[in-house]
Structure formats: C-alpha cells, structure tokens
Design a protein around this ligand. Sequence first.
Ligand SMILES: CC(=O)N[C@H]1[C@@H](OP(=O)(O)OP(=O)(O)OC[C@H]2O[C@@H](n3ccc(=O)[nH]c3=O)[C@H](O)[C@@H]2O)O[C@H](CO)[C@@H](O)[C@@H]1O[C@H](C)C(=O)N[C@@H](C)C(=O)N[C@H](CCC(=O)O)C(=O)O
Ligand SMILES: Nc1ncnc2c1ncn2[C@@H]1O[C@H](COP(=O)(O)OP(=O)(O)OP(=O)(O)O)[C@@H](O)[C@H]1O
Ligand SMILES: N[C@H](CCC[C@H](N)C(=O)O)C(=O)O
Length: 490
Amino acid sequence: MILAELIKDWPCEVQGGSIRVEISGITDVAEQIQPGNIFVARKGKQHNGWHFVSEAVAKGAVAIVYDQDQPIEHLEVPHVWVPDCSTFLSYACKAVVGDKIELLTVIGVTGTNGKTTVTHFIGQILQKLGAKVAVLGTLGLWINGERQDQNTSSMTTPPPTYLYPIFAQCVELGVKYIIIEASSLGLSQHRLDHCPIDYGVYLNMSRDHYDEHGSKEKYELAKRKLATLANKIIVNADDPFCLNMKQHHVRSFTFGRHRTADISVIHKEINGTSTVLLVQYLENPVEIKMPFVGEHHQQNVLAAVATVQQLGYPLQTIAPSIPYLTLPSGRQQEVENDLGIRIFIDYAHTPSALVAVLQSLKLISKKKLIVVFGCGGDRDQGKRREMGKVADSYAHKIWLTSDNPRREQADMIIAQIAQGIDLTPYAIKINRKQAIESAIAEANPGDTVLIAGKGHETTQIIGNEVVPFSDYEIAKEYIKLLKTRLNDEK
Ligand SMILES: CC(=O)N[C@H]1[C@@H](OP(=O)(O)OP(=O)(O)OC[C@H]2O[C@@H](n3ccc(=O)[nH]c3=O)[C@H](O)[C@@H]2O)O[C@H](CO)[C@@H](O)[C@@H]1O[C@H](C)C(=O)N[C@@H](C)C(=O)N[C@H](CCC(=O)O)C(=O)O
Ligand SMILES: Nc1ncnc2c1ncn2[C@@H]1O[C@H](COP(=O)(O)OP(=O)(O)OP(=O)(O)O)[C@@H](O)[C@H]1O
Ligand SMILES: N[C@H](CCC[C@H](N)C(=O)O)C(=O)O
C-alpha cells in the first residue's frame, strides 16, 4: 500500500516528501519502527511522541503523522497532520490489514468484572461446538484453547497496532469467531474505534478506574462506547446500567435472573459444588448444569450462553458443554493441599469483585473465612476503603498487604484500605509473600483462605521494578514446607 492510498479517505494535510511512498506498517512506538513504517507521533499522558520523531526516522520511518503544533522544517520524510492521532492510528491499522478481517465474527465483552471469564467461557463453548475460535484479553491471545506467545501486548484491550495484525493472523488460521475484552481504557483511548464488532456484551457496572478516567461519569461514558461500535448488544438485565444500554441501541438482547429477560433463569438448584439452572428462551426451558456455585458465576455463564445463542446455536445444543466450563487461571483457583484448609487465588481487585468471590466462598466455607489482599498503586484510590469495607463485612480475619504498589507507597495504600475496616480483626504485612504465609500458617482445618487481587499475575510491580511473583506458587511452596515440617515433627 502507498501512503496516498491510506490517507485519501481521512482528513489530513500533507507536507514534504512524496505521498507515493510504499508503506510496510504503522506504529506509535518509536522503538518498534521497522524500515518502511509510518510513525504516529502521539501525545500521551507521560510522553510526547513528537520527541521520538528523529529516532523513528533513523530507524527507517517513511512518514510521520502528528496532530500537534510542531516545528516541522527539518523533516525529510512526508509529514501528515491529522485532527487526532489515536483515531487515525486505529483507522490506519485496520486499513493496512485490509477487508479480509470482515470474515471474522467479532464479539466484544465489557463490564467492570468478569470480562476475561466470559470471553473464555464463550470460547470454550464455541470450541466444543466445533468452531475455530480466538479469545483475546488480559490473559493474551488464545486460539482453540492454546495460548499464543507471539504478537501479544500486555494490555487487556490491545492497541490497534497489535489488534489488527492479530485479526489478520486469525483469518489466515481459519478462525471464525474472535472474542475480545473491551476495557474502559481501551474504549476511551480509541483502541477499538474502527473494530468491526458484531456483538457487544454488557456484563455489569460498578466502581473501578474512576481516577484514570477522571470521574464515574467518564468511566461510564467509556463503557457506553461499545454500543456505538457494535451491531447488536447483549445485556445483563439484572444490572441497571447494562439494562439502560438498551435505550442506546436499536438491536439488543437480554439475559438475567427474571422472566422479563429474553434468556432467563426460571429455576435454580445448588448441588454441592455445582448449580443446575433451568434456563428459558421463548417457550423452551433447557436445563444447564454449571460446575460452580455463586451469583457471579451464574451471571458469567448466562452471558456466555446468551452470546452463543445469538450466534445461532440453540440452547439445547449449548447445554451439554456447560458442565465442562473451566475458570481461567487465577480466578477462584484452588491451591490443593491436605492440611484441611481450602486456599483460593482470585483476581478480585474491585469492591464488587471482592463481594462476589467472598459470597461465593461463603457458600462452601465450613469455618472461618480469611482474606489476604492489597490494592494496586497508580489506580483508583476510592476503591481502597470500599474494599476494606467489603472484607470487613465478609471475612473473619483480614491480612492487608501490597498488591502492585507501582509508584505509590504500599503502607499508604494499606492505610486507605484499613479506613474501611471496622469490626474484623486485621493484621498488616507489607511483604506479600509473608502475608500469604502468615494467613496460611494461622488457618485451622475447616478454614478457607482467599488470596485476592493478583490472580494469574506472575510479577509484582514495586516502583519501576518488575519482580517475579506468583500468589499460586508462593502458597504451593509454603504448603510443601508446612508438610515437611509436620512430617519432621512426627
Ligand atoms: C493510562 C493508560 O492506559 N496509558 C496507556 C497509554 O499511555 P499514554 O497515552 O499516556 O502514552 P505515553 O506513555 O505518554 O506515550 C505517548 C506516545 O509516545 C510513545 N513513546 C513513548 C516513549 C518512548 O520511549 N517512545 C515512544 O515512542 C508511546 O508509544 C506513545 O505513542 O498508551 C500507552 C501506549 O499504548 C500504554 O502503554 C499505556 O498503558 C499503561 C502502561 C497502562 O498501564 N494502562 C492500563 C491502565 C490499561 O490500559 N489497562 C486496561 C485494563 C483495565 C481493566 O482491565 O480494567 C487495558 O486495556 O489494558
Ligand atoms: N460477573 C461478575 N461479577 C462480579 N465479580 C466478578 C464477576 N466475574 C468475575 N468476578 C470477579 O472479578 C475477578 C476478575 O474476573 P475477570 O478477570 O473475569 O474480570 P475482568 O473484567 O476481566 O478483570 P480485568 O479486566 O480487570 O482484568 C474474578 O476473580 C472475580 O473475583
Ligand atoms: N486491569 C487492571 C488489573 C488490576 C490488577 C491489580 N493486581 C493491580 O495491579 O491493581 C488494572 O490494570 O487496573
């Protein structure tokens, strides 16, 4: 493709060089420039891309795109002014890969909690139904249940520079469905602006990322954007914000606990560790057996069932795959042991997620419920006290510790969480490994220990340092140690 072709349908002003130059790709990250690429000099919160123009040109950039007032006399390559770099980036990344991506059916899932789980549930069901399917989000790119290591970004919703090459790769591999997580920041930062989303799924809405967006209203506005991008929306009728999204789209479908939803639960029974739901669409009730107990699991399963039903599969066909659903890594993941203590790792890092997982564990917990958690630094501060309150309401003992403090002081974050704790005894151990070990050491047979906030993560971010860290491995190693000690004492 030549530059002229790329920019002919986009508002812009070009100066210098030739617009007939052949282009090989596009990026806004100077160090990723390959010869023949366009560099989009985007101004962000931390850096101004314009400062990396010389680096980009030295690496072989054949054109620069910008949206700021900048001195441009010394640029030897064409420089293209556009009204907004981020939207151009999204438009251009899609244009570079071409129309072939229209072959994919794209499903975008948004919500404060449960995006990863629901995208993977949809993927697992479709795979069981024989379809070739990709899932993209916090846990990276998965094709037919296999993790792909190449071309992935560390973000939940990848920037367009990653997204469209992944779409192209999926088309080449014969993938039919791609299910992607649409994070609020991904939506507000235009990462999905030109994405051909067939179905947008609205799961739930509660507090998160208010500081990063600037306000609750801006967070909600970002989430609303998915409806403007999707051909049809599938909404959780039990959540007022999601239900309200129906007013913003001419094509919608609902799922929920009550008969007013298009797909609804008309009967429910809990059998030990599984739940049997009688689910109805039109006049035909179908029994589905999910291998979990807890309201949030039910919400996630229903969302996945409703989505696959909307793709054209009847409920009767979907039902046999539900008992085989598995939670993604780090979501209520049990650390097996023979100490008589049930230990779970979970990714709850918002107040409503903590409520969900603690309620779910209460249903299976025999004696005391002990929770270990902290909150991430450089993230919404208001959720910290709220999470303290939640732990106070559900747990018998709380261990406050570090999550990913990033550039904040861990003890200050912990103090903010502690403001929400009133009656429940709590202890502070800033070192997360020590906190996990202390909680397990203190637990008695019959107790349940929840280690929340970091789930599948394999690193801890302290200041600018990223160190290896896994809640699961730490718990597993400590259990081994306790076992050896017990054997030695015998
Ligand atoms: C707040 C936020 O989302 N920031 C993202 C954003 O940063 P930014 O716009 O401020 O960019 P910047 O760092 O100032 O850089 C400006 C420009 O200069 C360029 N640059 C910068 C430095 C350099 O050496 N060379 C260079 O070319 C950058 O590539 C960029 O084009 O754009 C950057 C480039 O794409 C992202 O790396 C960065 O994500 C940061 C690291 C991040 O942590 N984001 C998280 C909060 C996030 O988006 N999370 C959501 C999930 C949330 C959820 O699940 O609830 C996600 O979708 O991942
Ligand atoms: N439907 C739900 N309602 C409330 N909480 C939920 C729901 N589903 C999952 N959770 C909680 O949220 C945690 C994170 O789940 P998941 O990773 O699926 O969400 P997410 O929206 O992808 O999160 P993030 O985007 O922040 O990575 C789970 O470990 C669980 O504690
Ligand atoms: N997608 C979320 C993940 C938070 C996970 C938690 N461990 C933290 O670091 O705050 C975010 O980037 O805000």
